[in-house]
Design a protein around this ligand. Structure first.
Ligand code: FUL
Length: 489
């Protein structure tokens, strides 16, 4: 008995000392600001979700309605919001953002503040509420739900006056109060110009920086939906990537000099890349339509993007530190068209196949050095919360993967541990084949995720060299995959 308790005491002491050693070995690392908040981090993990443009323009076959349309024109024959949610879910998307009101001012929900809404449409005898239908369908299928509410309203008589801003907030309050949790609120930068404006038929320009008094509206969103991230050219939480092709820049910093930017400003593209010394964390979202237009036009039925175009966009959005917002123009029936669905499923099958096996898990990983407690094994453990950290003060580093047998692969993925800030500013990437080392790519930023494609070949090693960084690099994950060949359209 006595011996046993002595052994227990010794074992306990040993355990305690190992524990305290580990504790002291892993000194916390200071963040390099700015850093994402918890809502931005949760948003970043969604990566891929749907935009739906479906509204009055669907029935008038336009991209921008003038504002003089009649509610009677909104008359889908077979509208099924659950079909949209089913398709998005099967496509691997994590949520849906809907154009609750576009520039023409028609509201997809029975707003108490206007007659220009579904309540005066033949659809469901004026009893319909598409925001209800879609938010319910999203809940049912475990998808996030978000709203686009156009700040520009070419129907409203008061557009341009302070009264309209009150109206806009009243509508937004309805959307943020009556339909459950909202993950993203989308403020379009396009606003001001000619329109119907209650019959005035004139041009109305607004002071884009001040007219909307955005700080007050943002405060309202924070109160009603604190977890929602707010999108606009200027953030505050997420910013436009600066083009509608779905491609982020090679250099894409999540930090942004946010106070210098406002929605709809001229020369915004200069800011779209973000800034290494940006003051706020405002990551990019790449919005692009699966067809040429945002809205459904029957003449575009054969112009749905090819699989290879969609794959290119995926790599240039998700693989360049951005999220991917893919627009689906719902048709006049009120359904996602068969051709669009078919292309979505091809992309889903491609991604599933590509991610099915991570060859990094079978590799030996080597780094020159690490901070104690933050070793290289953390890079390939498939856990985004553990990470390798270069020693304090180091701004260049190298990560090598080696395999005993050659591996046929074509894709490389690497992620910075962004809760401690975005750090890498330039890198090069090489692979080793039987012919020796070959440079595949040099690039700038990494951020949340960088994806690099190369020709399928047998490689025995690869090297990711961080050639410059804002502060000592911290990597949470990397992966190596074999994407399938694209044969079909
Ligand atoms: C733009 C709008 O003018 C387009 O119609 C579309 O809604 C796109 C997503 O944003 O600024």
């Amino acid at each position: 008995m006595k011996n046993k308790s002595i052994i227990n005491v010794i074992a306990g002491f040993l355990l305690l000392s190992v524990f305290t050693r580990c504790e002291s070995a892993q000194q916390p690392i200071a963040a390099v600001g700015p850093v994402p908040n918890v809502h931005q981090l949760a948003w970043q993990e969604l990566e891929y979700y749907a935009f739906i443009h479906f509204n009055m323009n669907t029935f008038t076959n336009k991209e921008w309605g003038y504002g003089d349309e009649q509610p009677e024109q909104f008359n889908p024959s077979a509208l099924d919001a659950r079909q949209w949610a089913r398709v998005a879910k099967a496509a691997g998307m994590k949520g849906i953002i809907i154009t609750a009101k576009h520039h023409d001012g028609f509201a997809l929900w029975p707003s108490a503040f206007t007659e220009h809404s579904v309540k005066n449409a033949p659809w469901k005898d004026g009893k319909g509420d598409l925001i209800r239908d879609l938010s319910d369908a999203c809940k049912e299928l475990g998808l996030k739900f978000g709203v686009y509410l156009s700040p520009w309203d070419r129907n409203h008589p008061d557009y341009g006056k302070p009264e309209y801003v009150t109206y806009y907030r009243n509508q937004l309050r309805e959307l943020l109060t009556n339909y459950g949790e909202i993950f993203e609120v989308w403020f379009d930068g396009a606003n001001g110009g000619d329109g119907y404006y209650g019959g005035a038929n004139e041009e109305r320009r607004v002071d884009k920086r001040n007219y909307y008094d955005w700080p007050t509206t943002i405060q309202m969103v924070r109160e009603l939906q604190p977890q929602a991230v707010i999108f606009s050219d200027a953030g505050p939480d997420i910013r436009w990537v600066g083009n509608e092709r779905g491609y982020a820049y090679d250099t894409t910093w999540s930090p942004l000099l946010r106070d210098s930017v406002y929605a709809g400003m001229p020369g915004f593209d200069k800011y779209a890349k973000g800034q290494e010394n940006g003051t706020h964390w405002v990551p990019t979202e790449c919005d692009v339509s699966i067809r040429p237009g945002w809205y459904y036009h029957p003449e575009e039925d054969e112009k749905v993007k090819s699989l290879s175009a969609l794959v290119d966009i995926y790599f240039n959005a998700v693989g360049r530190n951005s999220n991917f917002l893919l627009n689906l123009p719902v048709d006049k029936r009120g359904l996602i068209h068969e051709n669009d669905e078919a292309q979505l499923m091809k992309l889903a099958a491609f991604l599933k196949e590509m991610y099915k096996e991570d060859f990094a898990a079978m590799a030996r990983v080597k780094t020159a050095d690490a901070r104690s407690g933050y070793g290289a094994e953390n890079i390939v453990d498939n856990d985004k919360d553990t990470y390798w950290a270069a020693p304090e003060g180091t701004t260049a580093a190298q990560i090598d993967l080696e395999w005993k047998q050659p591996q046929f692969v074509n894709t490389f993925m690497i992620q910075e541990y962004i809760p401690l800030g975005q750090r890498i500013r330039s890198f090069s990437f090489k692979i080793k084949t039987e012919k020796g080392w070959k440079k595949v790519e040099t690039g700038a930023t990494v951020g949340n995720k960088r994806l690099i494609r190369f020709e399928t070949q047998a490689i025995t090693a690869l090297r990711f060299s961080i050639t410059a960084a804002k502060a000592s690099p911290i990597i949470s994950n990397l992966g190596v995959y074999k994407a399938p060949e694209i044969r079909e359209k």
